[in-house]
Design a protein around this ligand. Structure first.
Ligand code: PRX
Length: 628
């Protein structure tokens, strides 16, 4: 796309959004084309409503229509951790695999609207499972392999999943993750709340795993019994495609619901526009499919656009530094979409590692999930993109379904460190603390003034919470939870979360989730988790704990409690035992102070006069220093 075409699109979306989105909807193949784009409302009960009179099937859009025009084009390239583990599937082959599994799901009693949990590493079956659910109108819930049994149980119960797909054991470098036994424990923990009737087990390593007769079945044996054709279910555009759990400022993770038509259009539109997608691209989004990035840019966006995706199972630097660069060279990857954490880790490995690889196939490179510093941006641009590839830093969220603010490749001039410009149709706004829009350059709460097709429809079985979380801080707007600055050129610079959410290597962790976990340790009276800057992870977690009995405190027990309730990925960098927490006279913990003390930013601690006990501050500083 040319700059002129892009700018024309921005104008058209601004002037006549209804017509613009109906035109864009033609990117998809509809069984019954929508006559209305949006009837969404950010007021009263909140209604997110896109293409509501349209009918389609998402897997039909990602597979069948391409099978008709380009059956032998490679849809999916898979590379496992070991060199010999690989697969290449054409659209025809991927379609057949999806149909077989869809038939298995139907045979096992899964119907339109039922939830299916997918707990798989980065193997072909993970992608097949998502599309098979879409084919029969089942709602998928992809669960991260790093969740503890308790974390999985919470999500299984909340979603009411009827069937689970899991692996025998997952590989993560030299580590082995016991997926099946963790899932067994999770289902057992759900007790009477579990609705799981079947567990389909994908053999990844071939390890022996316990199988419960009647409930557990091996994936390979079940799909072998089915035909490679399965008629797609006809879905309303507003029917849910998936739920995805994410963290917020309260303890319980929320299951955000994405619809079929609006979400898929947003995935296709943003994938094409942001990455300037071309038919011969080999698109590699390195995100795990259990995150929204994996949903939208490993699976739905590129496949809706008839592209070729690469799915890689392994870690960036295992078995040796530079492994991902080798994968790019081996497959001729043209678009590489990863995270600032990966870029920072690669910078640390030294320039020789990346300079020892060609990377000549790359055309566009991007990052998502956390702010990228101007230095990391420049390094990515110079060393990975070799100064030739546009770098797209993309700002978005689980809730937005796809990219919202970016410098679309070839269309918007990028600025290192800035998220840049809202995409066509995205009405970004900054609001001050009084809820008034900030005009021109300035800083404020990042909000969106109008719905866009990728917007989550609701929170699973809790629309009131959806309204409360996103639409009460700035009435009439969707509130993102982020702060941002807009400069004189109109570029947006994300300043980070303004709520109690910490972003550790792109993992969104609610501090309340951590505190709830710590509360299960009976030696602890109270705790507060905060985020501090971290060289490699962007942010690291630090937890302040008030032990019941002074001097009696076991940080390892606190770490274990967090690993058990949330997962190992949420174990903090540091746990400090303190006598008390800084609180206002009304008893509210002053996290701003804890953040500064944890980060050793002791200048400008600000006004301490509102504290119930101002003395606590010096005591905390001394206590932290003594424990470092
Ligand atoms: O704080 C923002 C940060 O990640 C949050 C969304 O997290 P999640 O829903 O897990 O989705 C991550 C992948 C889309 C945002 O509220 N964030 C995401 N992208 C950026 C970012 N912060 C700065 N720059 C970004 N490009």
């Amino acid at each position: 796309m040319t700059v002129g075409q892009y700018e024309a699109m921005v104008r058209r979306a601004q002037q006549d959004p209804e017509a613009f989105w109906l035109e864009q909807a033609r990117r998809l193949s509809w069984q019954s084309a929508p006559r209305q784009a949006s009837r969404s409302e950010f007021t009263n009960d909140i209604r997110i409503d896109w293409f509501a009179d349209g009918r389609l099937n998402v897997s039909e859009n990602c597979l069948d229509r391409h099978v008709r025009t380009q059956p032998d084009k490679v849809a999916l390239l898979w590379q496992g951790q070991e060199a010999e583990q690989k697969e290449s599937l054409t659209y025809r082959e991927l379609h057949a695999r999806v149909c077989r599994l869809a038939n298995v799901l139907r045979r096992l009693g899964v119907k339109k609207g039922d939830c299916v949990a997918i707990h798989l590493p980065m193997v072909v079956e993970g992608v097949v499972a998502m599309l098979a659910c879409a084919r029969i109108g089942a709602v998928h819930v992809v669960l991260f392999g790093g969740f503890s049994a308790e974390g999985l149980a919470e999500r299984l119960s909340d979603s009411g999943a009827l069937l689970v797909l899991t692996a025998d054991v997952a590989r993560r470098g030299s580590k082995r993750i016991p997926s099946k036994t963790t899932m067994d424990e999770a289902i057992a923990r759900c007790g009477a709340e579990s609705r799981v009737q079947h567990v389909l087990v994908v053999r990844v390593t071939g390890a022996d795993v316990p199988m419960q007769p009647g409930r557990d079945l091996f994936y390979a044996e079940e799909v072998a019994r089915e035909q490679p054709e399965c008629p797609p279910e006809s879905m309303n555009a507003q029917d849910p495609l998936f739920l995805l759990y994410t963290s917020g400022s309260t303890g319980r993770p929320k299951g955000l619901v994405h619809g079929s038509g609006g979400y898929l259009l947003w995935a296709a539109f943003t994938h094409a526009t942001v990455f300037d997608h071309r038919p011969d691209d080999i698109f590699w989004c390195t995100a795990d499919t259990s995150w929204i990035t994996g949903h939208t840019y490993v699976v739905y966006g590129p496949l809706a656009n008839g592209g070729t995706i690469l799915v890689y199972e392994g870690l960036p630097s295992w078995p040796e530094p530079g492994r991902w660069w080798d994968v790019i060279d081996q497959y001729g990857v043209t678009a590489f979409y990863s995270s600032p954490t990966v870029v920072r880790a690669a910078m640390r490995e030294g320039d020789e590692v990346v300079r020892g690889r060609s990377l000549a196939s790359l055309r566009v490179i991007g990052t998502v999930g956390e702010p990228i510093s101007p230095e990391a941006w420049q390094w990515f641009h110079d060393e990975v993109g070799k100064g030739r590839c546009p770098v797209v830093d993309t700002w978005w969220q689980t809730e937005t379904g796809g990219v919202m603010i970016t410098a679309a490749a070839g269309c918007v001039t990028p600025r290192p460190g800035a998220a840049c410009q809202p995409l066509p149709g995205v009405q970004a706004a900054l609001l001050d603390t009084q809820g008034q829009p900030v005009e021109g350059p300035g800083e404020g709460l990042l909000c969106i003034a109008q719905s866009w097709p990728g917007q989550a429809l609701t929170i699973w079985q809790d629309h009131a919470r959806y309204r409360q979380t996103y639409f009460t801080t700035c009435p009439g707007y969707y509130f993102t939870g982020d702060g941002a600055r807009r400069d004189a050129e109109g570029d947006y610079w994300i300043t980070g979360r303004v709520d109690d959410v910490v972003n550790v290597s792109g993992h969104r962790i609610g501090t309340a989730e951590i505190e709830d976990a710590v509360a299960t340790d009976h030696e602890v009276v109270e705790s507060a988790a905060v985020g501090v800057p971290h060289d490699l992870k962007g942010q690291g977690l630090v937890v302040f704990v008030v032990p019941r009995q002074e001097g009696v405190f076991d940080p390892a027990a606190v770490s274990r409690a967090i690993a058990a309730a949330v997962g190992r990925y949420a174990v903090p960098e540091k746990i400090y035992a303190v006598r008390d927490l800084p609180k206002t006279r009304s008893g509210k913990i002053v996290r701003r102070l804890l953040r500064k003390i944890a980060a050793q930013e002791l200048d400008g601690l600000g006004d301490l006069s509102t504290l119930a006990d101002p003395e606590i501050v010096q005591e905390l500083i001394a206590s932290v220093q003594a424990q470092n």
